[in-house]
Design a protein. Structure first.
Length: 213
């Protein structure tokens, strides 16, 4: 019977050449056991590291070896071990409660000018097949994702009608989110840009852990 990995029976052993291996009981952890670890984010929506990170495993259980730069982190959540996929800041697509407001404020302030060719801060706004309005935006090297409201989407899609649609945005936002729409300059300072960059630096500096086949 396969031994279930826990923080109590799993350890990191350092060989004379400084190769650190993950072991479960007396045996080296295999790729199969690694895949059985519950996948759970170690970086929260606030951009901070939660739990106790153990190290990085250079194994791609989800066939993501060709994806953009990322890490596979083994970490401890209470009395359980977890594995986490952590994307580099420019591909983080971090979802934060204030992203919706930031995107809406950018559009209201004229992120796309009346000629329809300006994308402010790598902002992208699309409507999905399920009618959800999704948005991604790069903020100081960190990619965020969120949503916005219908009147903001109309403003984005029809720059020539900016005056007509944009005038509806503040009231529509307040109705949807139960608070007034602030300026993008105010909201951007509240996004966890530096926190995520710090989390990426911390996790990137973890030791590499080796597992068996």
């Amino acid at each position: 019977m396969t031994t279930r990995p826990t923080p109590e029976n799993t350890s990191v052993e350092t060989a004379t050449v400084q190769i650190r291996t993950l072991t479960v009981g007396a045996k080296q952890m295999t790729q199969g056991i690694f895949r059985q670890l519950i996948a759970q984010p170690i970086v929260s929506t606030t951009g901070r590291v939660g739990g106790t990170p153990w190290g990085i495993v250079n194994y791609h259980p989800d066939r993501c070896e060709d994806a953009s730069e990322h890490l596979h982190v083994v970490w401890q959540n209470g009395n359980e071990l977890r594995r986490a996929y952590v994307a580099a800041p420019e591909r983080a697509y971090l979802k934060h409660p204030l992203v919706d407001e930031y995107v809406t404020a950018l559009i209201f302030e004229g992120a796309r000018d009346t000629a329809g060719h300006v994308n402010h801060g790598d902002l992208r706004v699309t409507e999905t097949a399920t009618r959800e309005i999704s948005a991604t935006v790069m903020v100081r090297g960190v990619m965020f994702r969120g949503a916005t409201i219908a009147s903001a989407l109309q403003t984005w899609e029809d720059p020539a009608g900016y005056g007509t649609y944009a005038s509806r945005v503040p009231a529509a936002f307040e109705e949807a989110y139960s608070r007034p729409l602030r300026s993008s300059d105010e909201v951007v300072e509240l996004l966890p840009v530096e926190a995520y960059r710090a989390a990426w630096r911390e996790l990137s500096s973890l030791p590499q852990l080796f597992i068996g086949r």
